[in-house]
Write a protein that binds this ligand. Structure first.
Ligand code: PLP
Length: 420
């Protein structure tokens, strides 16, 4: 098969044949050649209904014609200026107007860069050294964040990467999501030296885990009490549940926010922003350094604007309802076939955990049968359904998913869960 031949070539070039670890699974990952709407087509010509959506960004579906046209017209005008351009202002304004806590912002090229700079800024602004993160929370692949991390690090069992100097990892304190006592304990020991808490408001990198009542509010209160900053990492959740951040849905104002994925419409992007007085500490006005040759580049800005301008008029209940109906159908199949599984959903994001109990934090997520998930993943793949390949990722629904997709997905699940 063409895919096998190509993957052999890829393995000669890239470690395990991939350019990001979670894309690898045995015997060989699907190799896509194109994608349109809710479907992706592999190099062997097989079509899949896509619930990975590039790990989240493609909320309008693939190759959306408006996004493609914006990008094409930008190509003719130039793809890199290395100086401020109007589209950066337009996209920045859209984000600022939509997200309550953002007064100033900077674009980066990835979510990883966004969280790295936000953490450095929090340290530079407060003059404090510790960062608190949640066990299993993922904030990208840099030294400040790869401590007891989620996503691919959980899939491959390297939650704390080798190669990070002890002096750096010791400055990251790890609490438990949905367990405010664990956070209070850290603050009671180190409170005066904590620059910030960083957390995804809804965890999306160990499956989907919703915040329990008042958890996020308590994070806000404790950071205020100790004059630390609260950073919401909304790389996944930004503009996923409505034309706003998750923070605007729950009415909690973080000091800094990071975003990525959707705001770039599928092009490489990240953003960090928040209180103006904090953001003014960024160079050249301030003494916290942050930079990027490609930051705010015209192609990303074009893809981002085309996506955001369309999203603004969208009825998000459509994607929420699709995910809700899928959840309901899957739950009936789970009962019918007596499967030990539970589904967590937040609007249009969901995950099926092979776990009898509720999944509310790292310990309950890790107790799931990840091997069974992998089995399900491969069986679904055979039937033309593409899920992200790990128990510790998230399924997404796009505005391009249709009634027909829903029906096919439920039918595929029916035969897969029956076999499991
Ligand atoms: C919550 C969160 N933060 C940060 C990142 C890193 O973003 P990127 O992969 O664009 O570097 C991710 C990536 O999945 C993420 O889910």
């Amino acid at each position: 098969m063409r895919s096998t031949k190509l993957f052999k070539e890829a393995q000669e070039l890239f470690p395990m044949g991939v350019n990001s670890p979670v894309r690898y699974y045995s015997p060989e990952p699907v190799m896509f050649q194109q994608a349109h709407g809710s479907k992706a087509i592999d190099v062997n010509g097989k079509e899949y209904i896509d619930y990975s959506l590039g790990f989240g960004p493609m909320i309008l579906g693939h190759a959306d014609p408006v996004v493609s046209n914006y990008i094409k017209s930008q190509v003719d005008k130039g793809i890199l200026f290395g100086s401020i351009s109007e589209n950066e202002i337009r996209l920045g304004t859209i984000i600022k107007n939509a997200v309550g806590s953002i007064e100033k912002l900077r674009f980066t090229n990835s979510g990883t860069e966004a969280t790295m700079h936000a953490i450095r800024l929090a340290r530079g602004f407060t003059g404090k050294k510790y960062i608190v993160k949640m066990e299993g929370g993922y904030h990208g692949a840099h030294d400040y964040a790869l401590i007891k991390s989620g996503s691919g690090t959980m899939t491959f069992g390297v939650p704390s990467s080798a190669g990070i100097p002890d002096d750096v990892s010791k400055t990251v304190l790890v609490g438990q999501y949905n367990n405010i006592e664990s956070i209070e304990k850290i603050f009671s020991e180190h409170g005066d030296d904590i620059a910030a808490i960083i957390t995804e408001p809804v965890l999306g990198n160990m499956g989907v885990i919703n915040p329990e009542k008042d958890f996020l509010k308590s994070l806000r209160e404790i950071t205020e009490k100790y004059s630390s900053l609260l950073i919401f990492d909304e790389v996944i959740t930004g503009f996923r549940f409505g034309f706003k951040g998750y923070q605007d849905i729950v009415g909690i104002k973080p000091d800094l926010t990071t975003m990525g994925k959707i705001i770039g419409g599928g092009a490489p992007v990240g953003m960090f922003g928040g209180r103006g007085d904090i953001m003014d500490h960024i160079a050249p006005m301030g003494n916290v350094y942050e930079a990027g040759t490609f930051s705010g580049n015209p192609l990303t800005m074009a893809a981002g604007m085309a996506t955001m301008e369309q999203l603004k008029g969208k009825d998000y209940s459509l994607v929420d309802n699709y995910a809700g109906r899928l959840e309901k159908e899957l739950n009936s199949l789970i009962s019918e076939y007596h499967i030990d599984a539970t589904i967590n959903r937040c609007h249009s994001m969901f995950q099926l955990f092979f776990n009898m109990g509720k999944v509310t934090d790292y310990n309950t997520a890790i107790a799931s049968d990840a091997g069974k998930f992998t089995k399900m993943f491969h069986m679904l793949l055979d039937k033309g359904i593409f899920f992200p390949p790990s128990q510790f990722e998230t399924e997404f629904v796009s505005f391009a998913h249709s009634e027909g997709d829903l029906e096919k997905t439920v039918n595929a699940f029916s035969s897969v869960l029956k076999c499991l």
